[in-house]
Design a protein. Structure first.
Length: 488
């Protein structure tokens, strides 16, 4: 096999194999899964006692592995402040000049950042889809911004509504109300907002909510405007946010629950290039008590998703810390709030520890315990980073594994934590046997995924997870060596 490589490369691959001989077996992985997926951890929902137990277990496991604290300030925890809001009472009035405008009360659902919010005579601005180019040069200070809640037409990869709302709030908007798409049933939209989806505290606008299509049309009609016309206007090049000649006054009551979750971060400091970092990550969180009270099994334990990936992260840290000190630093990040939209990984990508000058590569580990031993290594993100791909493929083959060279798994690229880094131009992929057979992955997604069935009572398949652990041990070393991975 090594005849395909020049002598220097062959020696490096032999070194990779030697390092991987610190093999991790199924018992070591199962020891962590048995704890993390136990009923005592109550599904590992952030901001709950089960979430706090998980963070404590990870912190202790990283310390026992021999890692140093890797978060800012010399600690283990990178805090992500969250807020969960549910609407209570509200009084709302609209006017155009001195004329009162009528909007049915049930056409709006609103929540505040605080338990009580009063706003009087706030000017209303229409900001189209809330894209950066739509608000360029606009003064949003102390304004209520009305945006179209649908995705911008013809804009693949455009920011989600939550990100656009956060950007509007950062630009000074006092409130952001999304006009529900006509295709979305208003009762469903209203229920979704009222359910109290948690968002990062620093992204929450003072006032947020939604208005039905009919409600928005009625409001605009009262001010001499037409919803269809201004929606079409927002789709044209050169559109800029503009005032509508409408003022709004609110008295909003909200049930607010603020809480903290944390990424747990450990590191091995590099001996030669400590500012260059290789990042290995796996999300620790799951859905918690996901069924109503009185249900025989209420707990979504998340044994596969993602106690299995977290177990690999811990054991990879053990093996990496036991070896020679690498040239580059290696960071191990157990991320929080993946199930809420990759929020923990996003917080890490937006504000990495100050000791990191550049992340040269990131490997995400998720949902591994569904594949038997012997499956090829596939890459979510294959084709995006040629240098990283070469190292992964060569390392996998050096360990005796086949390589899946198609890009079928890329359909999952935005559904895993690596995407939070990749969209910031950080080389981030997921390399595993669990996505080499997409029919096997789909069977899991259509079966126990996000249900109480993903627990310790099902057969946890660890053959592929053991091989993926060996792979990540070898990759951590290879990527941390500038001779093997001369990062761009």
């Amino acid at each position: 096999m090594f005849s395909r490589f020049p002598p220097a490369a062959a020696l490096l691959l032999l070194s990779t194999i030697a390092e991987a001989q610190q093999r991790v077996g199924p018992d070591e992985l199962m020891r962590h899964i048995r704890v993390l997926a136990s009923d005592g951890y109550e599904g590992r929902e952030p901001g709950t006692p089960g979430g706090e137990r998980t963070e404590a277990y990870l912190l202790e496991s990283f310390a026992q592995a021999g890692l140093a604290p890797g978060a800012a300030g010399g600690g283990w925890r990178q805090i992500v402040g969250m807020i969960e809001r549910r609407p209570e009472r509200s009084r709302i009035s609209w006017k155009a000049g001195t004329r009162r405008l009528e909007v049915p009360e049930d056409a709006l659902v609103l929540v505040g950042k605080e338990a009580r919010l009063r706003l009087a005579d706030v000017p209303v601005i229409f900001a189209g889809y809330g894209m950066a180019e739509h608000i360029e040069g606009a003064d949003l200070g102390n304004a209520l911004v009305l945006v179209l809640g649908a995705n911008p037409p013809g804009r693949e990869g455009a920011a989600e509504l939550s990100a656009r709302t956060a950007a509007l709030a950062a630009a000074g908007a006092r409130g952001v109300i999304a006009i529900a798409p006509a295709a979305a049933p208003w009762p469903d939209v209203k229920t979704a907002v009222a359910a109290g989806k948690a968002v990062p505290l620093d992204r929450a606008a003072p006032l947020e909510g939604a208005i039905s299509t009919a409600g928005a049309a009625s409001l605009l009609r009262g001010a001499g405007l037409d919803l269809s016309s201004i929606s079409e206007e927002a789709s044209r090049p050169g559109f800029r946010a503009r005032r509508l000649g409408i003022d709004a006054s609110f008295d909003i009551g909200t049930t607010v629950r603020a809480y903290e979750a944390a990424n747990i971060i450990g590191r091995i400091e590099g001996s030669g290039r400590p500012g260059e970092a290789v990042v290995l990550m796996a999300h620790w969180d799951h859905l918690g008590l996901c069924k109503p009270e009185g249900t025989p099994d209420r707990i979504c334990n998340g044994a596969v998703d993602n106690a299995s990936g977290t177990a690999i992260l811990i054991e990879t840290a053990h093996a990496a810390a036991a070896g020679a000190r690498p040239a580059r630093s290696i960071y191990f990040v157990a991320t929080t709030l993946e199930e809420r939209g990759l929020l923990g990984a996003d917080a890490f990508a937006a504000s990495p520890p100050p000791a990191i000058e550049r992340i040269v590569a990131a490997l995400n580990i998720d949902t591994t315990a569904i594949a038997p031993a012997g499956l090829p290594v596939a890459i979510i993100g294959r084709g995006n980073y040629p240098g990283l791909k070469r190292v992964i493929d060569a390392t996998a083959r050096a360990l005796g594994r086949a390589v899946d060279t198609d890009t079928e798994a890329n359909v999952m690229i935005e559904r895993q934590d690596g995407w939070a880094l990749a969209r910031r131009n950080i080389p981030a992929v997921m390399a595993t046997g669990s996505v080499s057979d997409m029919s096997r992955l789909r069977a899991y997604l259509d079966g126990p995924y996000h249900k109480p069935d993903d627990d310790l009572d099902q057969r946890i398949e660890l053959g592929g997870a053991v091989e993926d652990t060996d792979l990540h041990i070898a990759l951590a070393r290879a990527l941390a060596d500038p001779a093997r991975y001369p990062a761009p």
